[in-house]
Design a protein around this ligand. Structure first.
Ligand code: HEC
Length: 201
């Protein structure tokens, strides 16, 4: 039984089809996350992708607009492959931007960035431990709100959904904004995907 499942997962991987709602263990690369190549990270992602999104979708999102979570995979993707830039808890990250902000975001400008209000950016995450086990990570969301609505965060709202779909009440100034503004304030608070995996406009 185990072997059949494994073979099915492998075959599906070759075809580029993610098997439905995989338990993490079937998708484990068995290799330290820090040593994975981009392609190996992609294979892990293909395996968990369906289950990851199903998890985010579970239950009520309360203060987080439901459609951000249900729709973001239809937005413009900004990475070719999941990359682990060492931030966000050493997780592999994949980023999507909605229509309002895609054009400006995909320029990856390091100054003079004008992200319009109404821009929403969603970032999926997963981790691979030293022992080579996959762990699903949260969905991170940033929304650019109207000028002056949240001056202490440069008018970004930060949101987070746990892998089981629960919205997370995080202290966003300390947990999100200080790093984004402190490190990337000169480029609109945006960290952008690792350079190797950016999709140019
Ligand atoms: C320690 C610094 C740090 C903290 C804390 C942090 N981020 Fe990020 N964030 C980054 C970096 C670096 C990137 C770009 C990395 C990448 O996409 O590969 C990023 C990217 C993002 C993006 C994609 C938009 C962009 O900036 O390119 C979103 C959305 C996001 N973070 C949300 C959050 C949320 C929500 C929190 C709080 C729960 C948070 N971040 C906390 C460093 C941080």
């Amino acid at each position: 039984m185990k072997k059949t499942l494994w073979t099915a997962a492998l075959a599906a991987g070759f075809l580029g089809i993610a098997p439905a709602a995989q338990a993490g263990s079937d998708c484990d690369p068995g290799k330290d996350g820090a040593a994975l190549t981009f392609e190996e990270a992609q294979t892990v992602y293909d395996c968990i992708a369906d289950g990851l999104h199903k998890g985010y979708m579970k239950g009520k999102k309360r203060w987080i607009p439901e459609e951000y979570v249900s729709d973001y995979r239809n937005w413009t993707i900004a990475n070719t492959l999941p990359a682990n830039p060492g931030f966000h808890g050493g997780r592999f990250l994949l980023t999507w931007v909605n229509a309002a902000g895609a054009e400006e975001y995909l320029k990856y400008k390091d100054e003079d960035v004008h992200i319009p209000a109404g821009t929403v950016i969603a970032k999926e995450s997963f981790a691979v431990t030293e022992k080579g086990k996959v762990k699903k990570g949260p969905l991170f969301i940033m929304e650019k709100v109207a000028a002056g609505k949240s001056p202490e965060t440069d008018d970004w709202y930060y949101m987070m959904v746990a892998p089981n779909g629960a919205p997370q009440a995080v202290p966003v100034i300390k947990a999100c904004s200080e790093c984004h503004q402190g490190n990337f304030g000169h480029q609109g608070g945006l960290g952008y995907p690792a350079e190797d995996v950016r999709i140019p406009q």
